[in-house]
Write a protein that binds this ligand. Sequence first.
Ligand SMILES: N[C@@H](CCC(=O)N[C@@H](CS)C(=O)NCC(=O)O)C(=O)O
Length: 230
Amino acid sequence: MVAKLTYFRGRGRAETTRWMLAASGVAFMNVPIDTPEELASLRAAGKLPFDQMPLLEIDGHQLSQSSAMIRCLARRGGLYGGNDTDAMWADMIAGVVADFAETAMQAAFKPSPEIAIAELEGRFAKFGPRFEARITAQGSGFCAADKMTFADVVLAEALSSYLEWLPDLLDCTPNLKDLYERITSEPSIASYLDSDLRYPKPGDDYVIAAARVLQRALPPHMPDAARFMV
Ligand SMILES: N[C@@H](CCC(=O)N[C@@H](CS)C(=O)NCC(=O)O)C(=O)O
């Protein structure tokens, strides 16, 4: 069975699910949505439980909410730790990673690379040392348990975006750097990252495509920012 992941033609809020599909060994295809009409027809067909993307179709289910998708895949792939304490830590860390990752997700929407980088640096200064301390305290090289969990996968996913803007980011956090390298070297994840399923770092094209599909305003610094508004 091949799962289907419906979203814009880019990473965005679907990317943690792509990493988790890879990590849990589920074959999948991207179903890109390029026009407002395609989104309207998905909604009209009742395929989006809350009218939002991403949509993950798996095992006859239609899932909304990336947080539900990654946990569904974690349970399925044995990536929720070995006990309740592991699961508690995995949930807690995945929650803070979502806060941390949001800054990277917004970076392409900023008026300049300098502004994006300053925001990413500030966010890493807040959370990076906490991630490093948690990995040190855990002692296994993973962040939540003594084996890989979905929290490690989403943390590595967020770091991969930060590193595209700030290549030296992890020089002062050796445990975080090791975790990042271990997770991205996992054969299933490495193979995903090297495949056509992996979209490139988002730029203006992605920002414009998302605004076109959602019929929303572009960021105010972009020319003709209201061009897709209905
Ligand atoms: N918390 C949700 C956010 C989903 C979301 O905001 N999706 C946007 C596209 S990135 C969307 O579908 N917006 C249209 C809408 O909310 O009606 C998740 O992570 O899946």
